[in-house]
Write a protein that binds this ligand. Structure first.
Ligand SMILES: [Zn+2]
Length: 480
């Protein structure tokens, strides 16, 4: 049992009023909730850079719209937690750990109480200075410092607050991108195999489509934060959609995640200090392409605006549905280190990859699509360690729990966590606290396809089961 410090009469009266509205027992919380939010611009300044999100990353030197790190800090007197969302395709654990250490030193929020997810925009620079150019090194530092600054500023902005949460469905903008194809129509994968059962992004209105390999998660989940005057302070949303794209060139853009953040203040009539964050849910196999029904062509950025508008509208409806804002919720957060076994290329796969990389002329022309790219990736994977240490987190805010997974996570994993969670509301932020590649389920591994290919997926094939079992145990710990 915690010892409860004396509570000022005014706070006690407010708590009693809240409790009577809800018909529940008065809270035993040590202090009323505090919240702060901040947004820090991380748009690159020195070019050229390369943007991440394709097999041949194009150079970029033009900005269409800015990139931000947005953060919320919540504190209940016992526990202080930070949630940050970064406009980046993905950020490695090593870089996030450096950002967390800086933020911990400046704010006192322990690294294990910081949950940092990437939006997975496909039009932001690489975070990892992979070619060590001066521009890349400068951007890596800007990104790490920006993440830390957003958390530190959100912490400095702490003020009395209340929170509510909920969700509404928006099924029309999420599509499972993995499809069964008619027998005999599966193209060879980079390893020359034609016996896979499903294909990723098979092409809209492809006549060989049979049905998708799984469903979608249509929910727009929200955590809404208000200040002491009940004005909107911050809103964290979560939607399981890979990204939107359709930007018509190589430019820097935060995709629909940035557009959502710009629209949301208008929806809520929020003050200028308000911060909206759109985190990515479990969308490893979910995108915005309508495969089976025709959709009219769009101008560059038109689809981004359209989807952002619909997600913001849905978040607005979800916000209106919140029955009560609570100023005395219980916060809790647990983090676990889990070591997953790496998939190891066989001797045969290594020698075949070496042969492929030597091929030229007619031999090279006969190779399946992406064969050279995967040969390189497999040789790289063979040089990596035996295990991948990952961080899993679960954050409790009243009867809402937010899980985090450092992978591009398949939708059925998020749906299973929602179904089996002991909390009234649950959502998962993917590509958080690291970026370990795709995370299919064992069932999806058996079907094959891009996300299951060796090196696109790096960890043991039952990793999703290990992760779900750990997160459910962590939910149980928080529920006590
Ligand atoms: Zn992607």
């Amino acid at each position: 049992m915690k010892t409860i410090p004396p509570i000022p009469a005014l706070v006690l009266a407010a708590a009693a009023a809240t409790a009577s509205l809800l018909g529940g027992a008065p809270s035993t919380q040590a202090a009323p909730l505090q919240a702060g939010a901040a947004a820090v611009d991380i748009t690159p300044r020195d070019f050229p850079l390369q943007i991440r999100g394709s097999f041949n990353p194009p150079p970029v030197s033009e900005v269409h719209d800015p990139l931000f790190v947005r953060a919320i800090v919540l504190a209940d007197g016992d526990t202080t937690v930070a949630i940050a969302v970064v406009d980046s395709c993905m950020v490695a654990r090593e870089e996030l750990d450096r950002a967390k250490a800086i933020a911990e030193k400046a704010s006192g929020i322990p690294a294990a109480r910081q949950m940092i997810g990437s939006t997975h925009t496909h039009s932001a620079p690489f975070s990892n200075a992979q070619h060590q150019t001066p521009q890349e090194i400068a951007y890596q530092k800007q990104l790490i410092d920006g993440i830390a600054a957003a958390i530190v500023q959100a912490h400095a902005n702490l003020q009395p607050a209340s929170v509510g949460w909920g969700g509404r469905d928006l099924p029309d903008e999420v599509f499972n991108r993995r499809w069964f194809l008619k027998e005999g129509t599966m193209p060879a994968n980079p390893f020359g195999e034609t016996d896979e059962l499903v294909k990723m992004n098979p092409g809209a209105l492809n006549p060989d489509l049979v049905h998708p390999a799984a469903g979608t998660d249509p929910e727009v989940s929200i955590l809404s934060v208000r200040d002491a005057k009940r004005k909107p302070l911050a809103l964290l949303a979560n939607y399981s959609l890979h990204y939107v794209g359709g930007i018509g060139g190589s430019v820097i853009s935060a995709d629909y995640f940035g557009e959502f953040a710009r629209i949301m203040p208008t929806r809520l009539g929020a003050p200028e200090s308000f911060v909206a964050l759109l985190s990515n849910g479990t969308s490893g196999d979910i995108n915005n392409i309508s495969f089976s029904k025709p959709r009219p062509p769009r101008q560059p950025f038109e689809q981004i605006r359209l989807v952002a508008t619909k997600v913001a509208d849905t978040a607005w409806f979800a916000e209106r549905d919140i029955p009560e804002y609570l100023g005395d919720v219980k916060l809790g957060m647990v983090e676990r280190e889990v070591a997953l076994k790496m998939r190891v290329p066989t001797g045969e796969q290594i020698s075949r990859s070496e042969e492929i990389l030597k091929m030229a002329g007619e031999d090279e022309k006969k190779l399946p699509r992406l064969a050279k790219s995967y040969a390189e990736r497999i040789l790289k994977l063979a040089r990596e360690g035996e295990t991948m240490p990952i961080k899993l987190q679960a954050l409790r805010i009243g009867d809402l729990v937010i899980a985090s997974v450092p992978f591009e996570t398949f939708v059925e994993i998020g749906l299973e966590l929602k179904a089996r969670s002991p909390f009234a509301d649950t959502f998962t932020i993917e590509l958080a606290n690291g970026a370990g590649g795709y995370l299919p389920t064992p069932r999806q591994h058996a079907l094959g396809g891009y996300e299951t290919w060796l090196s696109t997926n790096k960890v043991q094939k039952d990793s999703s089961e290990i992760i779900v079992a750990n997160l459910l145990e962590m939910f149980g710990e928080l529920k006590k």
